[in-house]
Design a protein around this ligand. Structure first.
Ligand SMILES: Nc1ncnc2c1ncn2[C@@H]1O[C@H](COP(=O)(O)OP(=O)(O)OP(=O)(O)O)[C@@H](O)[C@H]1O
Ligand SMILES: [Mg+2]
Length: 429
């Protein structure tokens, strides 16, 4: 049996020789995904899973219906992928309870904690995949859900059998739901900026090494580590210059270069071939046993593929390097290309993280069969606030390293004006 994405390359003869059964994802819908996940969760946490089940069905129905109507997704996606991403994100909050190695005691606050986790999972899977124009609308919509409004009537959603469900948990003080991170240990929502220590401009770095943390980079780092450590795959997508490469590259060095992890940072271009990609990855792998390869023993490997959608499409519309990586996702490996035996190499102990610009202008739309394995995280262009914050810190760094002679107080005092006006002029031209 073959499963095809579409019939765009099939001739009428091919079609007539095969028995075709056309299935559309929406015939299945997202409900069975949640039902089956929660049935499994019930084995772990018993009756508490019923609350989770209720919230997940309610929020997913509302959010999917709303985003179908209003949302714009820079990476083409499907409601079922989004719900799957939501389940991945939620799983990060319960994954360690599944451990079979250590005896795990489910905390007594689990019920409340998981209600928060369901909210977080929806915001950071469905909401975060939206572009910068429809995300604020989703924010308002989600806040209405939290205020227990009848969103079906208010937004003309057309949800069959809609029953208003009261959301019992509160998020505290916030402007946008995208400002907050839910901390499981503290059982509290915290502004992303407060999840890291205050930034101090370092003296001993070069200009190229200077990375100023902004709310976007803090969120990227946190979501990336959360997903990767729980065996999920993040895909960052955002316009050029949003700090994807620099932020992920920095996080790789900080969190994935230690006794437990090694990383591989690779970048695709229009000319990258499948064989090159395979050789680069294979070159970093060691033989574990016959036919099985992986990173050095006792380590996990994280492979970061930057500019993922750059490879040129071949004549039938596929991007071979991406198809190779998809084969790993689906079948766990690839055939050795350098020996006559063409042995199948299972690649174990690796995880993937990817980044790319939105499709368009030389960047291709990638196969949905690859995208479905990822949690898509869209990075918005820097806000004016973040931009000012970055450049103010860059100026501070300049004042700090030039001590002999140092800049006068008068010049230092002009920092905000210099930054503001430079950005204004840049935007004008
Ligand atoms: N938070 C930051 N602090 C300091 N410099 C930054 C920051 N964010 C971006 N930059 C600067 O912007 C440049 C572009 O960032 P980067 O290459 O990571 O963007 P990108 O999102 O990967 O873009 P592209 O889609 O074109 O690959 C960096 O080289 C860096 O100089
Ligand atoms: Mg980049």
């Amino acid at each position: 049996m073959f499963e095809v994405e579409d019939l765009s390359q099939a001739s009428p003869a091919t079609v007539s020789r095969c028995g075709m059964v056309l299935m559309e994802p929406k015939q299945l819908g997202h409900t069975p995904l949640i039902t089956s996940y929660c049935n499994n969760l019930e084995k772990l946490i018993g009756k508490i899973s019923e609350t989770v089940r209720g919230y997940m069905h309610y929020l997913s129905d509302c959010c999917i219906e709303y985003t179908n109507k209003v949302g714009k997704f820079p990476v083409p996606t499907d409601p079922n992928f989004l719900v799957n991403s939501m389940l991945n994100m939620f799983e990060c909050y319960v994954k360690d309870w599944r451990s079979t190695e250590v005896a795990v005691k489910i905390p007594k606050e689990a019920d409340e904690m998981l209600q928060h986790a369901v909210l977080f999972a929806h915001i950071w899977s469905i909401g975060v995949a939206l572009d910068e124009f429809t995300r604020p609308k989703f924010d308002v919509f989600f806040q209405d859900i939290l205020m227990n409004e009848d969103v079906n009537a208010k937004y003309n959603l057309d949800l069959p059998n809609f029953e208003l469900k009261k959301v019992a948990v509160k998020l505290g003080e916030y402007k946008s739901v995208f400002d907050l991170y839910f901390d499981r240990d503290k059982l509290a929502w915290i502004n992303w900026l407060k999840t890291v220590p205050p930034y101090v401009v370092p003296r001993d770095v070069t200009y190229a090494q200077l990375i100023v943390p902004t709310i976007d980079s803090i969120r990227m780092n946190k979501l990336m580590t959360m997903l990767v450590l729980n065996g999920k795959y993040p895909m960052f997508c955002g316009p050029t210059g949003t700090g994807k490469s620099i932020t992920v590259g920095n996080e790789l060095m900080r969190s994935f270069d230690n006794t437990e992890w090694i990383y591989l940072n690779m970048s695709f271009s229009a000319q990258t071939s499948a064989n090159q990609t395979q050789r680069i990855i294979d070159g970093k792998m060691e033989k574990r046993r016959k036919g099985v390869y992986g990173p050095p023993l006792n380590k996990m490997g994280l492979i970061f593929v930057d500019d993922l959608n750059m490879p040129q499409k071949e004549v039938y519309g596929a991007q071979p390097p991406i198809e190779l990586l998809r084969q790993w996702m689906d079948y766990g490996g690839w055939y050795d290309i350098d020996t006559n035996e063409k042995e199948y190499r299972h690649i174990v102990g690796v995880s993937f993280c990817t980044a790319m610009g939105p499709p368009g202008g030389g960047r291709n739309a990638i196969s949905p069969r690859y995208v479905r394995h990822f949690n898509v995280i869209y990075i918005e262009p820097y806000s004016q606030e973040s931009m000012n914050y970055i450049f103010n810190n860059v100026m501070d760094w300049l004042f700090l390293i030039n001590q002999n002679p140092s800049y006068s107080g008068g010049i230092k005092g002009m920092r905000d004006n210099i930054v503001n006006n430079t950005i204004t002029i840049y935007k004008l031209i």
